[in-house]
Design a protein around this ligand. Sequence first.
Ligand SMILES: [Zn+2]
Length: 263
Amino acid sequence: MHGHEWMNRFSTPAILIRRRDYGDYDLVLTFFTLSYGKVSLIAKAAKKSTRRFAGVLELFSEIDIAGAAGRRSGLPVLQEAVLKHPFDRIRTIPTRLAYASYWAELIDAWMEDHVPQSELYHLLRHALSELDRGAAAEASVSVVFQMRLLRLSGHCPNFELCTVCRIALNAMQSDVLGVDVPKGGIACLNCLPCPTDTPRLSKGTVKQLLWIAGGDLERAARIRFTPAALAEALGFLECFVPYHLGRQPRSLKVLRQLREDRP
Ligand SMILES: [Zn+2]
């Protein structure tokens, strides 16, 4: 939605994905919103004042926001913010915070401003809610999030055929497959023989990833991976997603460091 008429006055549920200081008093906030996709607003006096927006503008919270056009050609101005879901248990555990930061960074980098993506909004909201509840393994939630993000953004990997010789997945003899990351899909071991640092996937993991990429989110989220399949899936996605994004997310480095330090 280009043209900024809607900005005269608007309201929408939103998830706060980025906060930056702006001068001594203000904040620039980037939200992923249900109705307008990614939107940045300025929150006047939000940095110093304890009354205005007190405790509401925390990262990864779901907030009902109302905004209005700024003066001249500046950013729209945040006028109201009402907390819906704080998801505050995310911010108390470093690995949870790192996963949420990674997902937010992917959305911030990949999505254009003002393009509504309601299915992606519900996906992010679901993933943050799961992280907050702590019922499912963090890595498993991240696999579901990344696979569905790839599909929704038009970057779903080719899991049907070897991207080089076109042999079908089911016709491949080995249970282990390579991934040709630049070509965007799996490759049989004849075409990608040397065990380099490219990711490997077993057929079973490929089938699980295909299953969670599409269909109903609630069903996909109930998937249970074996520890080996989860490690494979995570290794593959954290290589594939940054490559197709075109850069290494900073938060992914932090996430990897935290997982290595874990006893
Ligand atoms: Zn091949």
